[in-house]
Structure formats: structure tokens, C-alpha cells
Design a protein around this ligand. Structure first.
Ligand code: SF4
Length: 98
């Protein structure tokens, strides 16, 4: 609360500070959507490593130092769904043939 009061006081008294904080307010990131249906494991840009659940993003999206967990649900504008595997005579996706 002290920080908010300080910013409000600063904006009241200082036009440059008001412009600065209004500009900064436009930089607020999109809120995280809990339980979003997208997971990295279902994305074609997810590159698995030797660990059974970890991988890295081929598009360079931010990730933890160990990488991305395949089952974590997240909103991502670069998400592209991995083609579904089939059990019939349809050709399998190239990445599934390794
Ligand atoms: S593009 Fe997004 S959803 Fe796909 S692997 Fe990278 S971070 Fe995950």
C-alpha cells in the first residue's frame, strides 16, 4: 500500500512522473490463465530432451533453466498443435518416426 500511495502522490505533483507511470501501466503482461488447455507437450515447437517430461522451446519462448515441463498448461501465442497420431493406415507425423 505504501508503494501505491507513493506513486499516486508522485503522479499528483509531477507531470513527468505521471507520464512515466501511465506509459509503464501499458506494459502490464497478459494475465496467466489457470488450467489453460495448451501444453508444451502438445506443441510442434517442443523439443524433448532425455528427461521423460522436459524439453526446450524451438521458438525461444521463456523457460526455466531446466527447460519446459511437457504437461504445464500455459497460454502461448506461438503454440501450434502437434498432429494427432493415428492407428490406421494414415502416415505418421515425421517427428513420431524416430
Ligand atoms: S511455442 Fe509455446 S507452447 Fe510451443 S513449446 Fe514453445 S513455449 Fe511451449
Amino acid at each position: 500500500m505504501a508503494i501505491i500511495a507513493e506513486v499516486v502522490d508522485k503522479c499528483r505533483d509531477d507531470l513527468e512522473a505521471r507520464r512515466y507511470f501511465l506509459k509503464r501501466s501499458e506494459e502490464v503482461p497478459e494475465p496467466v490463465t489457470a488450467n489453460h488447455p495448451m501444453t508444451c507437450g502438445n506443441c510442434i515447437h517442443f523439443e524433448r530432451i532425455d528427461h521423460p517430461h522436459l524439453g526446450h522451446c524451438a521458438k525461444g519462448e521463456p523457460e526455466a533453466i531446466a527447460g519446459l515441463w511437457d504437461t504445464d498448461r500455459r497460454y502461448c501465442e506461438r503454440f501450434l498443435p502437434r498432429p494427432q497420431q493415428t492407428n490406421n493406415d494414415q502416415p505418421r507425423p515425421a517427428r513420431a518416426e524416430t
